[in-house]
Design a protein around this ligand. Structure first.
Ligand SMILES: Cc1cc2nc3c(=O)[nH]c(=O)nc-3n(C[C@H](O)[C@H](O)[C@H](O)COP(=O)(O)OP(=O)(O)OC[C@H]3O[C@@H](n4cnc5c(N)ncnc54)[C@H](O)[C@@H]3O)c2cc1C
Length: 371
């Protein structure tokens, strides 16, 4: 048995764990990340990396303010991490077309334009089919039009995770490649974490294990309602021109990424902790892709990936002190928006550990006791 001691131990080296470690390290905490596999080797390293604060679960209510806060912080933290590490995290602004193919979808898009156009910093408009095709000549000309968002961002999640870790190392953040197996407690206080053949003592422990955080429910005796939601992505090589815009339809998306490949996704599958790719997933993504951009039938498949989103029961993130524990925290559950929400989640966690409360906009919606 080896024994080591640090102030904060974070279990999980995904985007949530690494970014939290970076901020805590910057604020003088001694942080160790315990990671069972490699940094960013699950959803955080294989996500698409879209940063859209206007669409998806929790939007506009109750998380619009929080999402805008997260988006704004991404703009600054991308620069901050690049300056600290030299790693370009690939932050870019990119217009997006959300296509509509029938009257109901047109009506829904126009209703969204009504509230989205009032959100500061973003220009959102309805464009008809001809305007949509003029903006992105490769979109399906059978669409009836599109909601045109200018200009939500995107980044390269894997590089972002590595940059957060490397920047953290400058503030003495350490990585320990071990699988946590339980918590050590004394009189209701968490005093450390066990792993195979060892333990690490801690003043504060953070559960940031993505969908696996569910397993810590048994360790702490408190239900953390998170389940895995599998998602697959295809990376394709096309002889056609790069797409100028990102194109979306009903939660599916396609864009040309900085690696020059077309990335198309996605699926939502309840498959337990299975991270294998499937031909059914590939076929379903291809079907949606061809509906958005028919010319992609000729594209060559380069890579297919699958990973697991940590989905809370209501789809919103959980960042809180674990009920009944003074020094045990949880940060997980961000589902399809964990790359976007990671900045806010990391700041809320820092605030809770440092001050006991957070003034990040919307932090009150992330509490564990809402379930
Ligand atoms: C196909 C797909 C596309 C996506 N696209 C986007 C997008 O465009 N925009 C967006 O905002 N979000 C997107 N997401 C969502 C986003 O990827 C996730 O919400 C986010 O990465 C979750 O980060 P995390 O750090 O909470 O979890 P994870 O990335 O799962 O990290 C958790 C880590 O904990 C480790 N761990 C688990 N158990 C233990 C243990 N016992 N001991 C030690 N370590 C342990 C795991 O090995 C893992 O590395 C996408 C997700 C998928 C699947």
């Amino acid at each position: 048995m080896t024994t080591r001691s640090r102030n904060v131990v974070i279990i999980g080296g995904g985007i949530v764990g690494c970014l939290s470690a970076y901020l805590l390290g910057k604020n003088g905490y001694k942080v160790t990340i315990l990671e069972a596999d490699s940094l960013g080797s699950h959803a955080s390293g294989f996500a698409f990396g879209g940063l859209d604060p206007l669409t998806g679960v929790g939007l506009p209510e109750p998380l619009l303010e929080f999402s805008l806060w997260c988006y704004g912080r991404h703009r600054s933290i991308s620069r901050e991490l690049q300056e600290a590490t030299g790693i370009d995290v690939g932050f870019e602004l990119k217009d997006r077309l959300n296509l509509a193919f029938d009257d109901e979808e047109v009506q829904a898009a126009k209703t969204n334009v009504d509230w989205m156009r009032n959100v500061g910093g973003f220009k959102v408009e309805w464009v008809d089919r001809d305007q949509a095709v003029a903006l992105e000549p490769q979109v399906n000309p059978e669409c009836l039009g599109a909601l045109h968002e200018q200009s939500p961002g995107a980044l390269e999640p894997y590089r972002f995770v590595l940059a957060a870790m490397r920047a953290g190392e400058r503030n003495k953040v350490e990585l320990l490649n071990r699988r946590a197996t339980g918590l050590i407690s004394e009189g209701g206080k968490c005093t450390g974490v066990t792993y195979e053949n060892g333990r690490i003592d801690a003043d504060v422990v953070v559960l940031a294990m993505g969908p696996w955080t569910q397993q810590a429910s048994e360790w702490c005796g408190v239900d953390i309602p998170v389940t895995p939601l599998k998602g697959q992505i295809l990376r394709l090589r096309s002889k056609k021109n790069p797409l100028k815009l990102a194109v979306n339809y009903k939660g599916n998306y396609v864009a040309t990424k900085p690696d020059g490949l077309i990335w198309a996704g996605t699926t939502e599958e309840e498959a337990g902790f299975d991270e294998n790719t499937t031909s059914a997933g590939r076929n379903s993504i291809m079907e949606d892709l061809l509906k958005m951009v028919p010319g992609m039938y000729e594209a060559e498949l380069v890579q297919q990936t699958a990973c697991l989103r940590p989905l809370s029961t209501d789809g919103l993130p959980i960042v809180d002190k674990v009920t009944g524990w003074d020094n045990l925290y949880v940060s997980t559950g961000a589902g399809r928006k964990g790359i976007l929400w990671s900045t806010g989640m990391a700041h809320v966690l820092l605030d809770l550990i440092k001050y006991g409360e957070s003034d990040v906009s919307g932090a009150e919606h992330l509490k564990l006791d809402r379930f």
